[in-house]
Design a protein around this ligand. Structure first.
Ligand SMILES: Nc1ncnc2c1ncn2[C@@H]1O[C@H](COP(=O)(O)OP(=O)(O)O)[C@@H](O)[C@H]1O
Ligand SMILES: [Mg+2]
Length: 249
């Protein structure tokens, strides 16, 4: 397994957000993570990529609550759950967060170049930029425009493009299609397929369960911080309780 999460627990104060959670993503595999609002999907991505620990480390002085994190996370055979977020990124585990937020006053191209901050080789950076432009031609067309002026769909593509500039081995994408019109949503999923074909593994959190299940080779269903079901799309859709209770299908 490229990513292996074992017995992960996250508590905010006394609230158990993730409870004894196990999950894995193989090399080049696209795995979906679905489940109702508040199930803990975003917290899981943030825990894997070191952001929950960062949050904990930035808590100052006496605070009413505290954050507890237990369990292990391995990436490419290495234990990473004690590493800082920037060290995790360096290993090729990249997080594309929920609310798409480019640096609004920078141009599209500047945003993409900023995304490649770990790469100091200018030719390599240019090669990645061309690769992102090829995947999202609209970003090339809008290259010199101020990012804050992009439409919601374009900003989402920019957010993914920016993450790709880091040349991830595993890309964790949090709810990319939220708020997009049907046509744009469809296009975004086509691009996600292309990213998968290029060999980048993905852990995709998605509200559109039908769509996620079409893309993913395996899926995890989360509820109240626990994995309540996992399997291929076919397996999960066969289970009527899961389908009705957790998937809304
Ligand atoms: N920083 C935080 N402090 C306290 N509680 C949080 C924090 N982040 C998330 N939670 C709580 O954790 C639960 C899971 O949230 P989240 O991971 O955002 O779920 P999802 O992404 O599946 O909607 C929610 O009950 C939320 O209120
Ligand atoms: Mg979320």
């Amino acid at each position: 397994m490229l990513l292996e999460v074992k017995n992960l627990k996250v508590c905010y104060d006394t609230a158990m957000i993730l409870n004894d959670l196990n999950l894995g993503v193989d090399q080049g595999e696209l795995v979906s993570l679905v489940g109702p609002n508040g199930a803990g999907k975003t917290t899981l991505l943030r825990a894997i990529t070191g952001l929950v620990r960062w949050e904990k480390s930035t808590m100052r002085g006496a605070r009413a609550g505290d954050i507890t994190i237990e369990g292990t996370v391995h990436f490419a055979g290495e234990r990473i759950d004690r590493l800082a977020a920037h060290e995790i990124v360096r290993r090729g585990l990249v997080h594309c967060p929920e609310r798409r937020r480019p640096f609004r006053e920078m141009t599209v191209t500047e945003n993409l170049k900023a995304g490649g901050y770990l790469c100091s080789d200018r030719r390599e950076l240019q090669r990645r930029l061309e690769m992102v432009y090829q995947l999202f031609p609209v970003l090339k067309d809008r290259g010199n425009q101020i990012s804050g002026k992009l439409s919601g769909g374009e900003q989402q593509m920019l957010a993914i493009g920016r993450a790709l500039m880091l040349q991830p081995r595993l890309l964790c994408i949090d709810e990319p299609s939220t708020g997009l019109a049907a046509k744009l949503k469809q296009e975004l999923f086509e691009r996600i397929k292309e990213i998968r074909s290029s060999g980048i593994a993905m852990l995709l959190v998605e509200q559109d369960v039908s769509m996620a299940f079409k893309l993913a080779s395996r899926n995890y269903v989360l509820s109240h911080g626990r994995v309540i079901a996992e399997g291929t799309s076919e397996e999960l859709l066969k289970d009527e309780t899961i389908r009705k209770t957790y998937l809304g299908l």
